[in-house]
Design a protein around this ligand. Structure first.
Ligand code: ADP
Ligand code: MG
Length: 389
């Protein structure tokens, strides 16, 4: 390569550094680092994803793949930027060693960290997050774009707690009828057909439906705090996914509505052709419910119905209150985890102590914090100390 040809390559990096001042690290990936940066002229803060295309640890094939996927990521981001729930790509520079992708800064960070802080979310909060996420998926799928890495780490929160989908590193635009075979994504969120396809050469491949499976996993995790498919041994976890082997048995699910469980079970369907699409999911009663709540006009019939329900509920609460045994020290010591309020405090404390240990990416350990048996607890402690060593 002649010097004349090299020059424009360096210019990309120079241009970036002359316009922006990079600051602290916000996140890291395999070959990228995301930093807060400040636009020198305006003092406005942004986030820059710096993708290294020179790393010595990678083979030439891997580097080639990173270049191709980054070009694809930029092209898709340019197509979808402007949607209210998708991260905006503001600027982009390329040099012989790095790509610089400048995004709006999401100061509130990832949904993953928000969930770790809150342990579980209410149905109401889950509804607003999932509605926005499914609307983004509906929008992407209408353009034949599949994201392939939907997970709480890739969902960011803006100042008003609105979600912004990010990380289009695995996203692809499909041509009509195109099927994919590549094994990519994050283990706990992988749809069964992605796994099946990598094991069976005669498999027809997978399509956009994989994003709806991940939405099901995210929704389950937001409501219960732990993922639907998890096992210490990754092979067994993958088996659980392929069998669609999950349940609503944990204590957290006792307080959840049948409507929300029904929607999750329409998303976590092993056969992609029987799984809900984004349109179907958005039309589910779980989302309609909220609209009804928002209606402010009450007809005389509705007013009458509401009064009757209020009276009946008050009578019920009164009788329950009279029957309820007082919460004594003995009852509390015997089974503290059985009480919702106390359970939330225990889980919250556990997340405060072990939050750093809830790994992102390859192995999802969030579930381990909920395995409330003395044996599992001792095991998790020994596992933690091994991790810390
Ligand atoms: P990777 O492909 O390496 O996973 P991501 O695009 O997901 O890269 O970014 C990695 C992490 O950087 C994210 O999980 C998030 O914590 C942080 N991050 C990315 N973009 C932004 C942003 N616009 N604002 C704030 N933090 C961000
Ligand atoms: Mg990511």
């Amino acid at each position: 390569m002649t010097r004349e040809e090299e020059m424009p390559d360096w210019e990309g990096a120079q241009e970036f550094y002359s316009k922006y001042d990079p600051k602290d690290i916000l996140g890291r990936g395999v070959s990228s680092v995301v930093r807060r940066c400040i636009e020198r002229k305006t003092d406005v803060q942004y986030a820059v994803k710096i993708i290294d295309i020179t790393s010595e640890h990678l083979t030439p094939e891997e580097l080639e793949e990173i270049c191709t996927s980054t070009t694809q990521e930029i092209s898709i981001l340019k197509q979808v930027s402007g949607h209210p729930n998708i991260i905006s790509l503001n600027d982009c520079y390329e040099s012989s060693s790095f790509y610089f992708l400048v995004f709006d800064l999401m100061k509130k960070g990832e949904l993953f960290d928000y969930l770790t802080e809150k342990v579980t979310l209410s149905e109401k909060e889950t509804r607003s997050i999932m509605r926005a996420l499914l609307e983004v998926v509906q929008f992407l799928h209408s353009k034949d774009i599949v994201h392939r890495d939907l997970k709480p780490e890739n969902i960011l929160l803006d100042d008003n707690m609105n979600i912004k989908l990010s990380d289009f590193g695995f996203a692809l635009q499909l041509s009509t009828g195109e099927k994919l075979r590549e094994l990519c994504g994050t283990p706990g969120y992988l749809a069964p057909e992605i796994l099946l396809c990598s094991m069976d050469e005669s498999h027809a491949g997978y399509g956009k439906e994989v994003d709806l499976w991940s939405c099901g996993v995210i929704m389950y995790t937001l409501l219960s705090g732990s993922p639907p498919f998890w096992h210490r041994k990754q092979m067994l976890m993958l088996r659980m996914i392929m069998d669609g082997n999950y349940n609503f048995d944990s204590l957290e699910w006792q307080d959840r509505s049948d409507t929300v469980k029904d929607l999750i079970s329409q998303l976590l369907v092993v056969k992609p052709e029987e799984r809900y699409t984004a349109d179907q999911a958005l039309a589910h009663p779980f989302f309609q419910q909220y609209l009804v709540e928002e209606v402010r006009y009450f007809s005389p019939y509705r007013k009458f119905k509401t009064i009757i329900w209020t009276v009946l509920a008050s009578v019920r609460i009164y009788y329950k209150y009279r029957r309820a045994k007082p919460l004594s020290k003995q009852v509390l010591i015997r089974d503290p985890y059985a009480f919702k309020g106390i359970r939330k405090i225990i889980d919250g404390c556990a997340f405060k102590v072990y939050g750093h240990w809830v790994k992102k990416g390859l192995q999802q350990n969030r579930a381990a914090l909920f395995e409330n048996s003395p044996k599992a607890f001792l095991f998790s402690l020994s596992d933690t100390s091994a991790h810390l060593e």
